[in-house]
Ligand binder design. Structure first.
Ligand code: 2M8
Length: 470
């Protein structure tokens, strides 16, 4: 079953205008609060989307574009499922962590073995995880995604604490700790206590302009892609997706890592892409905060988690904050320089509850500037890239469109840093976004037209969380 291109009214095609017939909010026009009946429609749409994407023991991000299990998608999905299907929320996380590698890495894709070859590119035959030491029996990718899982587990438990949820936490806790140990150990290429990502896919924001500079140094030729069949462009507009040259580089970076059997030894000496990402490392620090809370439930010591959270926050500020731009940037470890692009990644350290006041103020200034447009009354959520940048592209994937997950993270950060005024404005704009575009994967940042997959799981699940916590 597929919910197809679904707007909230009647689950049909995404409406150009509000279901009550009034015009959809346009740029510059504050979104007005949605009426209660309308919110109930939105909730129904979100649940239908998640139910349609449930696959035995996990949720696919999208039936068409992403038919396997993805790591950070599952964390976001569990957060929403906790509101409506708590058993599934725990199942989602358990299925993912059952595919954890012996070294603690949680793979970014767990492949569904029943799907035909070619249902996703690059598929299990390309990743060849079976040949790597410590890989699980299931076929997986060999890279990771932002570690938002401890926060997800904590939120799922907090929504409905019970003996069953405490038991689920007891099972997950050592696995979450192993995930952190992997990232702060083997992946600490820069030696400062932060994790390096080895592929843009590990950031989750695959073709963000943040990766243009480090990617330019990766030798590749777009013609390489003639040897492969891209699956994504068969299901989404190619003009909204990464280019063939991007993909040639993605494939080259995977091949480098895979051919070294996914070892992290001496990465600096041979791997072509090594970056400390602000979102990834903010998630790493926030995970330690969540683990401190989980530790208290499972009878472990929260103290070491708090200490590690403080050290990660300090390193994020020291390594990734630029006092000249007043925002955070990724650090390219191959050049040891900050990447100049100002993307939404730079705002993500706001999810760190102990971010110092100076950086909190700087991030809020950046977020409230015309680059991103955060305000107590705002027509649209934040785009993924600086609106004033010459390479801002409102239709292309992570180079401009609005996404629910980055906005949801920011919304959480605003609440943690006691900005209910801005959090309320952002929440309202997120609800208006999905009310206009449906549960799409991403959205035109001005018109809210739905882009990419029309029935995307984390849009649905984070919508449920946003609706519930108004
Ligand atoms: C997108 O990434 C995959 C590769 O991992 C792809 O483009 O095929 C990203 O949006 C990523 O953040 C997301 O986890 C994944 C599945 O939704 O799709």
């Amino acid at each position: 079953m597929s919910t197809g291109a679904a707007g909230p009214s009647g689950l049909g095609a995404p409406p150009a205008d509000d279901p009550d017939g009034s015009p959809a909010p346009r740029a510059g026009v504050p979104a007005r609060p949605a009426p209660a009946g309308h919110l109930a429609d939105l909730r129904r749409l979100a649940i239908a989307t998640l139910d349609a994407n449930w696959e035995h023991d996990h949720t696919v991000p999208s039936r068409t574009l992403y038919p396997h299990q993805w790591s950070w998608d599952s964390a976001f999905i569990a957060i929403g499922l906790a509101h409506v299907r708590p058993d599934r929320a725990w199942r989602e996380l358990r299925t993912l962590f059952a595919a954890q590698w012996a070294d603690g890495r949680v793979p970014h894709i767990v492949f569904n073995p029943t799907l035909r070859v070619g249902s996703y590119f690059p598929g299990p035959e390309f990743w060849g995880s079976a040949g790597a030491e410590g890989a699980p029996a299931a076929a997986t990718s060999g890279i990771v995604q932002p570690p938002v899982h401890a926060q997800a587990a904590w939120l799922v438990h907090r929504r409905a604490p019970s003996e069953a949820s405490a038991q689920a936490l007891r099972w997950l806790y050592p696995r979450l700790v192993a995930q952190q140990r992997y990232l702060t150990g083997r992946r600490d290429v820069g030696g400062a206590g932060l994790a390096a990502i080895v592929h843009p896919w590990e950031s989750g924001l695959d073709n963000s302009p943040a990766w243009d500079a480090p990617m330019a140094a990766v030798p590749a030729d777009a013609a390489v892609m003639r040897a492969y069949r891209r699956h994504d462009t068969a299901h989404a507009d190619a003009a909204h997706r990464p280019t063939d040259l991007d993909y040639a580089r993605y494939v080259a970076i995977v091949a480098s890592y895979r051919d070294s059997r996914y070892t992290d030894q001496a990465l600096a000496g041979w791997h072509p892409f090594l970056v400390e990402c602000p979102l990834f490392n903010a998630a790493l620090g926030a995970a330690e905060q969540a683990l401190a809370r989980i530790a208290a439930v499972v009878g472990a010591d929260p103290g070491p988690h708090r200490d590690r959270a403080a050290r990660i926050t300090e390193a994020v500020v020291r390594r990734l904050y630029d006092p000249v731009t007043g925002t955070f940037h990724p650090r390219d470890l191959r050049t040891d320089r900050l990447v100049p692009a100002r993307t939404v990644l730079g705002l993500m350290p706001l999810i760190l509850p102990d971010l110092p006041g100076r950086q909190v103020r700087a991030v809020l200034t950046e977020a409230c500037s015309a680059r991103f447009g955060l305000a107590p009354r705002m027509p649209r959520p934040l785009p993924t890239h600086d609106r004033s940048a010459p390479d801002f592209e409102p239709l292309r994937y992570w180079r401009g469109p609005s996404w629910m997950n980055t906005n949801w993270l920011l919304w959480r950060g605003l609440r943690a840093h006691h900005r209910p005024d801005l959090a309320a404005g952002l929440r309202q704009s997120m609800l208006a976004l999905v009310a206009t575009g449906g549960c799409h994967e991403y959205f035109h940042p001005d018109t809210a037209a739905g882009l990419g997959s029309a029935a995307f799981s984390w849009t649905a699940s984070l919508l449920l969380d946003t609706l519930a916590e108004g």
